[in-house]
Design a protein around this ligand. Structure first.
Ligand code: FAD
Length: 289
């Protein structure tokens, strides 16, 4: 029944893909191959991360430029506000606007260890960006609550502030407990948040790395998932298949629950995201022979 409903919905989904700036020549080749393959799926947009405090904003920008030139896709740089002054952020936003960038993923960024209360939160960055230009703005949402939040309710109010400041959609932290996403989406509606809460899908192939990352980000890795990956520590190929299967099940359930937009954390690799999109009916246009 799940596959039947997907076939009926086929082609009605919007997808977006997230990449990060590569560190080596080899990783750069992987990135561009992945962008070429995934761009054939005509994503609504693609985004490129910027590591707060990394000083690598120029690399993010140059990849964004490269994607625009190569594919013509809408390319959105991530921008953090924790590591720049308001004046600097204004200049960056003006530069982006004048180089034709119209979509920004607006973030606070992680606090460096030992730092005090930050001067700015993501909602302040959204307001600042809106003063510079009428950007399309994506912000984050945390179905399982951001690790620093005082409470789930405070975190939800923070999301509302970001939307009220002018953000156009929220992209969620990755999750594996679909129920937690669905409950969160309901709570957003109750709180008067009326934008898409786009699920962030992380296709998992490196389970050990995921466990570390999930602990840091307050994301629950369900027991069933641990047992799915059991015994595969030295078997990358099977892990990839298992990971793709988990993500395919998730997007099927989410699509049945009315989700139309999906954001993929690609980790710069096309294979799994491409396959998951294929099962959603998101495929390259077949040209008439
Ligand atoms: P905010 O929305 O500002 O929230 C941060 C925390 O502060 C929350 O706990 C919130 O409840 C709390 N809060 C908000 N306002 C107040 C207030 N006035 N008083 C007290 N508490 C408050 N990081 C990067 O460095 N680079 C990236 O490219 C990047 N991309 C990301 C993409 C996505 C889709 C996601 C989900 C995360 C990404 N991150 C990235 C990680 C992100 O920077 C961290 O999660 C960071 O800790 C919070 O950023 P935010 O924009 O969600 O913050």
């Amino acid at each position: 029944a799940l596959n039947q409903s997907l076939a009926e919905l086929g082609g009605r989904f919007n997808v977006s893909f997230e990449f990060f700036p590569p560190r080596t020549k080899e990783m750069e080749d992987t990135l561009w191959n992945s962008i070429d393959r995934l761009s054939s799926l005509k994503p609504k947009f693609v985004s490129v991360t910027y590591g707060a405090n990394s000083g690598e904003r120029d690399r993010t920008h140059s990849i964004i430029k490269g994607i625009k030139e190569r594919t013509g896709l809408e390319a959105a740089p991530h921008l953090t506000c924790i590591d720049a002054s308001r004046d600097e952020l204004k200049t960056i936003a003006e530069d982006y606007w004048s180089s034709g960038i119209r979509h920004i993923v607006a973030l606070r960024g992680d606090l460096p260890p030992g730092s005090g209360k930050p001067d700015m939160y993501a909602c302040d960055l959204v307001s600042l960006l809106k003063e510079v230009g009428d950007f399309d703005i994506s912000v984050t949402a945390y179905p399982e609550v951001h690790p620093e939040a005082r409470s789930a309710q405070a975190d939800l109010i923070n999301l509302k502030r970001k939307i009220d400041a002018g953000a156009n959609r929220a992209i969620t932290q990755f999750f594996f407990d679909v129920e937690s996403y669905l409950r969160f989406r309901d709570r957003c509606v109750t709180a008067g948040i009326d934008v898409e809460i786009v699920p962030g899908i992380l296709p998992v192939s490196n389970f050990k790395q995921l466990q570390r990352f999930a602990t840091l980000t307050n994301v629950r890795v369900p027991g069933w998932m641990t047992s799915m990956f059991e015994g595969l520590d030295d078997d990358a190929e099977t892990r990839k298949m298992v990971g793709a299967n988990i993500a395919m099940d998730m997007v099927k359930i989410l699509s049945r629950e009315g989700v139309k937009d999906f954001h993929f954390y690609t980790l710069n690799r096309a294979e799994m995201s491409y396959a998951i999109c294929h099962t959603l009916g998101v495929r390259p246009a077949v040209s008439a022979a």
